[in-house]
Design a binder for this molecule. Structure first.
Ligand code: SGN
Ligand code: CA
Length: 524
């Protein structure tokens, strides 16, 4: 294929092409995590940055470009991954929900194209697209959500093997092992995809106490009352207060476990705990045991109010979540060191991103899905030596539909017309470029965490969210109300901006050829 295209170009008299030695094309190392909120990356700033720094991810930002306004098209795992591989919104690539038949592999994908262009391609870690990976010379993936401790990896021969250790460390070990034995005559695309910091936020045993002595700042909206916005907010099932658990039972609070890691962890069976060997369980018990006893003593003595319990759960949630992030950061450091030690740093583009953001207590929540800022935003940091200005932080509205065309242009490949995103290469090069001034969002899942289907548009200052099933619209002024606590949709003063955004919303639906909206529940 490569030879053929070289031949064709040679016939066209394109002499520059001979300089286009395959090996000189940049390698692409895509380091991807699951549910990593920008607030938990210190390069993005914020309160948590001070207590839980991420020096290795920050290094990428100092040496590269941090996208300040990066968003997903559909804030959920599989759909975000499908969008990255196809450069299209969910309705176009067919992967609209986590439940479903899996990625339709007959369509165009980034991996298939780069493989055909002569890249060595690999995906290691969380995949979550159900159908077997295609377009990768090598793959080794977690089944479904995967496990943190002693995880299974599905091998390319279809067999599943269990590995002792922690998923984030193992995913990096396997990535480095693949880099070591790759075909060095070719550039590579390596997608190193972590399970962390996804629920149930199980920390690496070596870091269990990393944040024990740290005061974790709470978000201002931890006790959101859901007033002044869609009625669907109040019926959510993702509150730290009411739903943060594995085997949730609203009436029997002492039976909480899994998420909160209260004992006895295996009474109802928490899969993570049960995977550990005796030594690992002992380390876990030694850490959580005394803290749990202290909590349960206070709880049994009736000393804790409902709010105290939320504060306690929030702290426990954040400590564990941040420990899983710390392990991701350390493993980013290991990969960067590998590139340095092997003379690969200069010609390798390193990308750090995550499938969506996450609620770290904002609106009282964990999880994602909503078009509110915390889960709509996606971290995106790109180090491209000699091209992206170190320490730069552009403001353009970018989205995960843009990843595939960006990687194609980096690799010198043409961008097919069917792709809906745009290459970020001009932004990376610092070139003046006319850019989009609005983003389209669509969330299609039907039940988990009781988040309704919703759709919307965001500009640099405003956000319009449409809830077609309840027939509601919310409008936020992100400048005066960055926490999105009051919809101004019905304010007489907001008429002009409401009309503008509504028009833009329908325009984007046309541009992206969005399917019909779901029907209102009451037929109004
Ligand atoms: C699991 C989690 C949910 C989470 C989904 C989707 N429950 O079902 O809390 O929203 O995954 O996450 S758990 O009890 O199994 O942890 S996603 O990142 O894969 O989209
Ligand atoms: Ca996710």
């Amino acid at each position: 294929m490569i030879r053929l295209s070289l031949f064709c170009f040679a016939l066209l008299g394109c002499s520059a092409l001979f300089a286009d030695d395959l090996a000189s094309r940049p390698n692409i190392l895509f380091i991807f995590s699951d549910d990593h909120a920008i607030k938990a990356i210190s390069a993005y700033g914020g309160d948590l940055a001070k207590v839980a720094p991420t020096p290795n991810i920050d290094r990428l930002a100092h040496e590269g470009m941090l996208f300040r306004n990066s968003f997903c098209a559909n804030s959920i795992c599989g759909p975000s991954r499908a969008t990255i591989l196809t450069g299209k919104h969910s309705h176009k690539n067919g992967f609209m929900r986590n439940t479903g038949k899996g990625l339709d592999q007959s369509q165009w994908t980034l991996a298939k194209t780069l493989q055909a262009a002569g890249y060595s391609t690999a995906v290691i870690g969380k995949w979550h697209l159900m159908s077997e990976p295609q377009g990768f010379d090598h793959w080794e993936i977690l089944p479904g959500q995967g496990s943190y401790y002693n995880p299974d990896f599905i091998q390319q021969d279809g067999k599943t093997k269990r590995f002792e250790g922690y998923a984030t460390d193992l995913t990096t070990d396997k990535s480095i092992a693949w880099l070591e034995q790759r075909d060095r005559s070719k550039p590579f695309l390596l997608m190193c995809q972590h399970k962390a910091p996804h629920r149930t936020f199980a920390p690496p045993l070596r870091l269990l106490d990393a944040y024990d002595d740290v005061e974790i700042p709470e978000p201002a909206t931890l006790f959101d009352d859901y007033a002044n916005r869609s009625v669907t907010l109040a019926t959510n099932e993702m509150e730290i207060d009411r739903h943060f658990d594995w085997a949730y039972d609203a009436k029997v609070r002492k039976d909480e476990r899994g998420d909160v890691k209260l004992p006895p962890p295996d009474r109802y069976g928490t899969p993570e705990y049960n995977r550990m060997n005796a030594q690992q369980k002992a380390a876990w018990d030694a850490h959580f045991g005394p803290q749990n006893q202290e909590f349960l003593k206070e709880f049994a003595a009736g000393k804790m109010t409902e709010r105290d319990i939320v504060h306690w759960k929030y702290r426990r949630y954040m400590r564990n979540y941040l420990c899983t992030v710390k392990a991701v950061d350390e493993n980013v450091g290991r990969l960067l060191k590998y590139l340095d030690d092997n003379g690969l740093a200069e010609n390798t583009v390193v990308v750090y991103s995550s499938d969506q953001g996450f609620y770290l207590g904002e609106h009282g929540w964990y999880d994602k899905r909503w078009m509110f800022e915390e889960s709509f935003r996606m971290p995106l940091i790109i180090r491209w030596p000699g091209v992206a200005k170190p320490g730069s932080a552009p403001e353009q509205l970018v989205q995960n539909i843009d990843y595939a065309p960006t990687f194609l242009e980096m690799a010198g490949e043409p961008i097919p017309a069917e792709i809906q995103g745009r290459s970020l290469v001009p932004i990376l090069k610092g070139e003046p470029v006319a850019w989009r001034d609005s983003l389209y969002y669509a969330y299609y899942e039907l039940g988990e965490h009781a988040v309704p289907q919703h759709f919307g548009v965001r500009t640099d200052r405003h956000k319009l969210i449409h809830f077609p099933v309840s027939g509601e619209w919310n409008l936020f002024d992100l400048q005066s109300d960055p926490q999105e606590m009051r919809s101004i949709y019905d304010d007489p003063d907001a008429k002009e901006i409401r009309d503008q955004l509504t028009k833009e919303y329908y325009r984007l639906r046309d541009v992206y050829q969005a399917p019909p909206l779901p029907k209102p529940a009451k037929g109004d």
